[in-house]
Structure formats: structure tokens, C-alpha cells
Design a protein around this ligand. Structure first.
Ligand code: ADP
Ligand code: MG
Length: 300
């Protein structure tokens, strides 16, 4: 495209909340045959909330919540925020007792899995099944059933292990964006297919994919794994777009022919992308492709 055509399209995009960072993305977007969507915060609203809490090997819900607050207050993950909010709501502090314990030792992040921390003399792990397996925390059928029941309802389970035993768990839900299914089906009508990639587990991911009408998905994928998936698809000769919001999506956003970041997403994702969807509305994936198509048609 000529510099003028790019400028016109960029201006038009900006007025519609689609920030196009350069001519390259604009020239490639019309060729996109496949859109890869991240799940959390991209297809879903990204505001998870706790819908249930259960105890397995600890007797006091208050103690359990206090330990969860101590561990998750240190994490930036939206799931961590949901856990903290829920636990604090269950046990509000009053009067002279206004402080929760949030000072901890040895805080570590396990990307795509959870966190580890020492709360007082207790070794605490908060995260998914994979985290427990990686840290050799065993669990029986009671925990297994809770996980699978919730995952089939498209919920994510947050397991809390204290000193090597799963003490209890939270189930978290994150609703699908209202426009998600419509966008996937419209892309399909344009001859563009959709795939989902996520760090979340297979069962939850499958339930969400079904809700939005995506047939192909890759779950339990770490950030570099997401980028590798994009490269694999490109090697089949396809022009691939990636839509994501998180730090964990940035390698994939860079690898894609066209990286689109959700405006409400993290700065790292916005920086890694070629196009920013300011309104965080998935309809604008179509706006961006349309804009590219019109620009290319005009100059040919
Ligand atoms: P996504 O690709 O869906 O955006 P992430 O890669 O950020 O997901 O995380 C993958 C999974 O790791 C989450 O679904 C959750 O099960 C677990 N997880 C990561 N961080 C935390 C945390 N701080 N607390 C609880 N669970 C976590
Ligand atoms: Mg995400």
C-alpha cells in the first residue's frame, strides 16, 4: 500500500477504536485465513469470580481463607485477585483487627500454574492440578471429583496445598464475552477459521470453546508453546492472526503475521501487537480485517 493509503486506513481505524501500528499489519490482515484466540481475558471477560470454596484436609474455613489471602495477595494474576476478593468478603476484618497477613517469605511464581510461598512456618502452594503434580502433592478421588465436576462447568479450580496436602479449593468462573460466538461464526462465513490456545486446563478450555463455537483448541500451553503453535500453523502456509491480552500471549503476538491485542490487556501484550483493539470488543477483529481488505482493494 502507498503511504497515503496506509495513512487513510490508519486514521479510519483509529476513529473506530482500532489502532494500527504500521503498514505491514495492514497489508497482511486481508490475507488472514486463521485467527488464534487466547481464552482468558480475550474470549472471556477476564474478570473471574469465585463461585465456591471447599475444604478437604483443614477444618477452619477462616484459617484456609487467611492462608489463601496471604499467598494470592502477592500475585498479579486475575484468578489470584478473585480469590483474595472472595476470601476477604467471607471474613471481613473489623475494629482493631483490620489487617490480613500479606507478608510472606519465598514467594515464587510458577508461570501458567500458580504460586508458591511460605506463610509463617507453613509451605503453601496455590494453583492448578499441574502445579500440584509438579510439586509432588498427591490428592485422592475427593479432590479429583471436585476438579472434574467444576471443569465440566467451564470453571477453573484453584487448589490450595498446605505442607504438602491439598487443604481445600476454590472454583472460579469467567464468563464468555457476549460477542464472542457471533464473531467466531462471522469469521467462519468469511472463510476464516478460529482456534483457541490457553494455559488453562483441557476440560475448562473445551467447555469454553464449545460455548463460542470453536472446534480446534490447544490447552495447557505455556507462553512459548503458544508462539510455537503459531509458527507450526504458519509453516502450513497460512497467514495467521493472534488475538491476546496477557503477558503470556506476547511471544505469540510477535510470532503471528498479525498480532492483535485487547485494549484492556497488559502493556506487554499491547506493545507486542501490531494492532490494538481499544474497545476490547472482539467485533473489531473483523473491523481490522475489513479495513485491510478495503485498503488493498482500493490500491490495486
Ligand atoms: P491463560 O492462558 O488462560 O490466560 P495463564 O497462562 O495465565 O492462563 O494461567 C494458566 C493457569 O494457571 C490458570 O488457568 C490457573 O489455573 C493457573 N494459575 C496461574 N497463576 C495462578 C495464581 N496466581 N493462582 C491460581 N492459579 C493460577
Ligand atoms: Mg489471557
Amino acid at each position: 500500500a502507498t503511504p497515503t493509503a496506509v495513512m487513510v486506513a490508519t486514521g479510519k481505524g483509529a476513529s473506530q477504536g482500532v489502532l494500527i501500528k504500521g503498514g505491514n499489519a495492514l497489508e497482511k490482515a486481508h490475507k488472514v485465513k486463521l485467527v488464534v484466540f487466547d481464552k482468558t481475558g480475550t474470549l472471556t471477560v477476564g474478570k473471574p469470580t469465585v463461585v465456591s470454596a471447599v475444604l478437604f484436609s483443614i477444618s477452619s474455613m477462616e484459617e484456609f481463607c487467611n492462608i489463601a489471602i496471604a499467598a494470592e495477595s502477592n500475585s498479579e494474576h486475575p484468578i489470584a485477585k478473585a480469590v483474595v476478593e472472595h476470601a476477604k468478603k467471607l471474613y471481613p476484618k473489623h475494629g482493631s483487627q483490620t489487617e490480613y497477613v500479606t507478608e510472606v517469605d519465598d514467594f515464587v511464581v510458577h508461570p501458567g500454574a500458580g504460586v508458591g510461598v511460605k506463610v509463617g512456618d507453613k509451605k503453601v502452594l496455590v494453583g492448578n492440578r499441574r502445579l500440584m503434580q509438579a510439586c509432588n502433592v498427591p490428592f485422592g478421588p475427593e479432590v479429583e471429583d471436585y476438579i472434574s465436576d467444576n471443569e465440566h462447568l467451564a470453571r477453573t479450580c484453584v487448589l490450595v496445598a498446605i505442607d504438602g496436602r491439598v487443604a481445600g479449593a476454590f472454583a472460579v468462573t469467567d464468563p464468555v464475552k457476549p460477542e464472542a460466538a457471533r464473531v467466531v461464526s462471522f469469521l467462519h462465513s468469511m472463510g476464516i477459521s478460529s482456534i483457541m490456545v490457553t494455559g488453562d486446563n483441557w476440560a475448562t478450555a473445551t467447555a469454553i470453546a464449545k460455548e463460542v463455537g470453536i472446534q480446534k483448541l490447544f490447552a495447557e500451553t505455556d507462553p512459548l508453546g503458544k508462539a510455537d503453535k503459531i509458527k507450526e500453523l504458519q509453516m502450513k502456509g497460512m497467514t495467521v492472526a493472534m488475538v491476546g491480552d496477557g503477558i503470556n500471549d506476547s511471544p505469540a503476538l510477535v510470532a503471528a503475521d498479525v498480532g492483535l491485542a485487547i485494549g484492556a490487556g497488559t502493556d506487554v501484550a499491547i506493545e507486542a501487537a501490531d494492532i490494538v483493539l481499544i474497545k476490547s470488543n472482539l467485533e473489531d477483529v473483523i473491523t481490522a480485517i475489513d479495513l485491510s481488505k478495503k485498503t488493498i482493494a482500493r490500491i490495486r
